[in-house]
Design a protein around this ligand. Sequence first.
Ligand code: NIG
Ligand code: FE
Length: 394
Amino acid sequence: MRELGIIRHGAMIVEDGILRATGTRTEIEPLIPREAEVLDAGGRVILPGFVDAHTHAVFAGHRANEFEMRIAGASYQEIAASGGGIRSTVRLTRAATEDELFQSASHRLPWFLAGGTTTLEIKSGYGLSLEDECKMLRVIRRLRESTPLDIVATFLGAHEVPDEYRHAPQEYLRVVIEEMIPTVARENLAEYCDVFCEDHVFTVEQAREVLTAARRHGLRARVHADQLANTGGAAMAAQVGAATADHLEHIDDDGIAALGDSEVQPILLPASVYALGLRRYPPARQMIDAELAVVVASDFNPGSSPVPSMPLIISLACTQMRMTPAEAITAATVNAAHSLDRSKETGSLEPGKYANFTIFDAADYREIAYWAGAPLTWRVYIRGRLTYRAGLAM
Ligand code: NIG
Ligand code: FE
């Protein structure tokens, strides 16, 4: 994870949205076709576009009120137990039309681009009924079709037990398994299925049931596991052959060993620890020492992580989880692309992949982690097309 394969005085050739060649400027110059347009990056750092492999970027409203309640001492779980949290966003999302959700999510997509993200995973999970989950997934599909970002959809019907099933959670799971999953799969609305496996939400056994049903319908698993307590979610993810186990703030040695014996990639979400004002970050160093292909992502959502910026995630990975800047960049690019089955297309600057790259106003890649919160993104290209450029300042 520490080997970035840096090319100093580098250059590359892009044609029809695909990277054709990379190398030093001296190697590349003779290969430049005469009619080519030449862009001089002025000695700036160029990285593969960030792949944000865990977000909840479609929702209505916001929860700045809960943010303030937490500052005053309430916990995320207390707010959820009193009817707030995920369920409050569910009420607003149900009340919103498909167009309204599309508009509000579209309005936020430039926030991701401004951090250099070019691929975005987005989960449903604020509908919690067949109709409203499908509405969210259709919004995600529209975003994919109408914006330049590469967008991957995940069905998260088992994100919370909705108000009307509060006293019959098992009945809600039947709806997820017997109605939602088959419909989502038939209408091709998602590639992955996720579950919030946590104390007071869904147990390991319930999560296993959902993910096993999803696999029968061709949806691969991602799991919210061991976030607020250790419930053995990571080991379950390994047993069901999940693509990823996400969060893992409370994973233990057995959980890490289980991931080590599997192909499951850990996705670490430091901004959700930061924004909840918690102290316990996932043990990234132990996972890297166990040779796990660690991913970092934003977890962007209106509750636990109102943070869309991958450079800030990378900074937190360094300062709070002691990953090196190189490890954090690997975790945000090529490892993240692999976790979404996109590593043949994106995640690194290699000939044959999409020309998804970001130019940073920096001469050393470590500056991206170091100037925390500074707007270093200078240009973003997706499939060879300029998609974002830094704005004017007077
Ligand atoms: O990844 N933990 C569950 N889901 C989200 C939070 C969603 C919300 O609070 O709206 C997470 O942290
Ligand atoms: Fe999440």
